[in-house]
Design a protein around this ligand. Structure first.
Ligand code: ASP
Ligand code: MG
Length: 473
């Protein structure tokens, strides 16, 4: 079970989360993964960046406020005197590490990726202690296990990839014995370490990925991601008020939705569980009585067609175009090599068959360096007018229509684009992967909401369909 930042946001939330664990511990053995209390990771990162400017007063409040916040939760959650003083001593020690680390960064005036990872991981180390102590208070046996001992990763310190074979070994050595003794391990989410023991992080929001990595390594029966929403919906309810909970979706559908900005899961979350077909649940820790969404390999057994719509903003479209590129071999290769060199994440690619344009969409944060890399790569061609322009458009959004069983269902693209036509929405670019799990297109950001609503209506996603299979729709 993994509890996200809001699910451990304060003492009352931690207590609620702990009760969920107590319930589950009755009839199964489990490992718990926690995020930092909500907001803490952001504060740590800001402090680390400020420390790098060399100005102590910008960050020296943070260790103090973190200590207060976590002490306050400890006071409420832990009544047993000796347990509480032990907990408080640990929290104290960890928060003073923040001060030391920031001091080091500020002396050097340099924030290396390693220092960045170490500072940003403090929140999980604190919240894990609170959770373990609370479970002990509730009569369970529970200990903190540092992810650095078990989640072995490569050395991309801020976007580390777990090395599954080694994680498996470590889990066998470190977690299995605890489970056999009916002790509940509380593992710090988000964090890993290289084989040499240097701390890494799995990227922002990475504790989902921690949970599935450990679940996969332990051959778990099920994985529960406890968060602050009921599950995965047909669309963002802020865009579409009639959006509805989906009870069962497939790994592919969930991955497409995560990739295209539905903020329920970290995009890499499902990778470690697909092969072993471990079901992943998204559940609401504030309403544990609700069913949530179950993510499996087949998804809903009978429902076909479009299941959900998602949209992302803060993206930019880069177009490389001009008559000069028609028929020129290697333009695409050169384009994507340049993009890869700056490690920009490409969200969508489209090329028309006339080959007049190649367009690609990247995160707006990556856009300036991507544009520069492309202009550099095509410098000679631009001079010779083989490529006539490389342009950037930032006021756009990607809308993606997602469904595992859209594959082989004719007419979906037709209905999608007719609905957009009727709503008077102009489509700037279109892409469909050959997997057919999604059709995505680019619109002006001002038209995004109308586009999502129009398609949601067209496919009547607000309606539950009676299922002959009896499976919840
Ligand atoms: N605390 C980390 C973050 O805010 C990891 C997570 O929440 O999953 O990014
Ligand atoms: Mg989080």
């Amino acid at each position: 079970m993994k509890f996200g930042g809001t699910s451990v946001g304060d003492a009352a939330c931690i207590r609620r989360a702990a009760e969920i664990v107590v319930d589950a511990a009755n009839d199964s053995s489990l490992v718990v993964v926690v995020s930092a209390m909500s907001g803490v990771t952001n504060q740590l990162i800001v402090a680390a960046q400020q420390a790098a400017t060399g100005n102590q007063h910008d960050w020296d409040d943070l260790p103090v406020s973190l200590r207060e916040q976590h002490f306050a939760a400890a006071q409420t959650l832990v009544v047993n005197e000796s347990r509480r003083s032990e907990l408080v001593a640990e929290l104290d020690q960890i928060t003073s590490e923040v001060a030391n680390l920031c001091r080091g960064v500020s002396l050097l005036r340099e924030l290396t990726p390693r220092a960045h990872a170490t500072i940003s991981s403090i929140g999980e180390r604190l919240s894990a202690r609170l959770m373990a102590a609370t479970l002990c208070e509730l009569g369970l046996d529970s200990v903190v296990v540092e992810a650095t001992e078990i989640v072995i990763t490569d050395d991309q310190y801020l976007q580390a990839e777990p090395l599954m074979a080694q994680v498996r070994e470590r889990c066998k050595e470190r977690l299995r014995p605890l489970l056999n003794d009916r002790v509940i391990p509380i593992v710090t989410g988000f964090i890993g370490a290289t084989v040499d023991g240097i701390l890494t992080t799995l990227g922002r929001g990475g504790s989902d990925y921690s949970a599935t990595t450990l679940g996969g390594a332990l051959d778990a029966d099920e994985i529960f991601i406890w968060t602050d929403v009921d599950g995965v919906l047909t669309a963002d309810p802020r865009l579409v008020p009639t959006a509805r909970l989906l009870h069962e979706i497939s790994y592919n559908e969930a991955a497409e939705l995560a990739y295209f900005g539905a903020k329920v899961l970290h995009p890499k979350t499902l990778r470690p569980v697909v092969a072993a077909q471990i079901p992943v649940w998204i559940r609401n820790s504030f309403a544990p009585e609700k069913d949530g969404t179950r993510i499996t390999s087949i998804g809903h057994p009978t429902r076909v067609g479009v299941r959900a719509i998602t949209a992302i903003t803060n993206v930019s479209m880069i177009t490389i175009g001009g008559r000069g590129i028609v028929g020129v071999v290697g333009v695409a290769a050169k384009t994507f090599q340049a993009v890869a060199n700056v490690r920009a994440n490409v969200l969508l690619i489209s090329q028309s068959s006339s080959e007049n344009d190649i367009c690609l969409v990247v995160d707006s944060a990556d856009a300036p360096q991507t544009l520069k890399a492309l202009r550099d790569a095509f410098e000679k061609d631009l001079v010779h007018h083989d490529v006539e322009h490389i342009t950037l458009k930032s006021d756009i959004a990607i809308v993606a229509v997602v469904g595992e069983k859209m594959r082989g269902t004719p007419g979906i693209a037709g209905r999608t684009f007719s609905a957009l036509g009727r709503a008077g929405i102009n489509i700037i670019a279109i892409a469909q992967g050959s997997s057919e799990y999604n059709v995505s297109f680019v619109v002006e950001s001002g038209a995004m909401r109308d586009a999502v609503v129009a398609i949601h209506d067209e496919f009547k996603l607000h309606e539950r369909v009676a299922q002959a299979s009896g499976a919840p729709d």
